[in-house]
Design a binder for this molecule. Structure first.
Ligand SMILES: *[C@@H]1O[C@H](CO)[C@@H](O)[C@H](O)[C@H]1NC(C)=O
Ligand SMILES: *[C@@H]1O[C@H](CO)[C@@H](O)[C@H](O)[C@H]1NC(C)=O
Ligand SMILES: *[C@@H]1O[C@H](CO)[C@@H](O)[C@H](O)[C@H]1NC(C)=O
Length: 251
């Protein structure tokens, strides 16, 4: 074989390798994010607590995390739900459920992103939350009060617990969150992006589910992982085509 074939052949080998690695979707399914309290790998937890029990067959949270997150100002984050007076219990249950999903779900892989934060290396971004789960969260919280629309940033932490900065007055939720989408998308810096799909569609993540029918979010993660990988494969195929064209030019 002539020596002049070496560079284009190497190029081709490199391109094929990159296409094949793009087809590997296992790292998006059944995974735990690298964050403050998550286990390294999902697994069963028989003693999962309260509202987190639907996940118990396969979870990223420990039993003690699931127990702690049900408490007011839990030690997990020292975060006080009652920062503007008592949060209604009907509202608080949504925040507990949201925390169960965040800490326990092994089905958020397609939306995990690396971050440079002191307290975690990965976060979730734009998880498609089923519209009914967002709407009922908003409905049940309308009459409770808060002082901010982004609960990740801007608190006064001098006491060790989040307090409202003096410039932020307490108002009803619907003042800071005029719509369900404003609540679900803004509160955790776009961790969620409310979906137009409904519960049971297999196309949106459910915060609430009946474990008797299994965990509906497994199918949802599989669908989005495949959609993302097909995009990557298409990109890979174009690279390969470009590589072949280069090969012909160089030879
Ligand atoms: C992460 O933050 C550290 C400290 O602020 C900085 O030195 C580093 O360059 C950052 N890395 C990235 C990838 O942004
Ligand atoms: C933060 O809270 C402390 C009391 O815990 C208060 O003295 C201080 O003025 C507050 N600062 C701001 C910027 O809200
Ligand atoms: C969302 O779904 C509703 C009803 O299924 C439809 O009328 C509406 O156009 C959809 N909106 C978007 C942005 O897709």
């Amino acid at each position: 074989m002539a020596w002049k074939w070496m560079p284009p052949l190497l190029l081709l080998a490199w391109l094929s390798a990159s296409v094949c690695s793009a087809g590997d979707r296992t790292d998006l399914l059944n995974v735990c994010m690298d964050a403050k309290h998550h286990k390294t790998k999902p697994g069963p937890e028989d003693k999962l607590h309260g509202q987190c029990t639907p996940w118990r067959k396969n979870v990223c949270c420990s039993a003690s995390t699931s127990q702690e997150l049900h408490k007011d100002t839990s030690l997990l984050y020292n975060f006080n739900w009652d920062h503007c007076g008592k949060m209604e219990p009907s509202c608080k249950r949504h925040f507990i459920q949201d925390t169960c999903l965040y800490e326990c779900s092994p089905n958020l892989g397609p939306w995990i992103q690396e971050v440079n934060q002191s307290w975690r290396k990965e976060r979730i971004l734009n998880v498609p939350l089923c519209k009914e789960d967002c709407e009922s969260w908003w409905e049940d919280c309308r009459t409770s009060s808060t002082c901010k629309s982004n609960w990740h940033k801007g608190w006064n932490w001098t006491s060790g617990i989040n307090e409202c900065p003096v410039k932020n007055a307490c108002h009803r939720f619907d003042f800071y969150f005029p719509t369900p989408a404003a609540l679900c998308n803004e509160i955790w810096s776009h961790s969620f992006k409310v979906s137009n799909y409904s519960r049971g569609s297999g196309r949106c993540i459910q915060m609430w589910f009946d474990p008797a029918q299994g965990n509906p979010n497994e199918e949802v993660a599989r669908f989005y992982a495949e959609a993302m990988m097909n995009g990557a494969e298409l990109h890979g195929a174009w690279s390969l085509l470009l590589g072949l064209a280069l090969l012909l030019l160089l030879s």
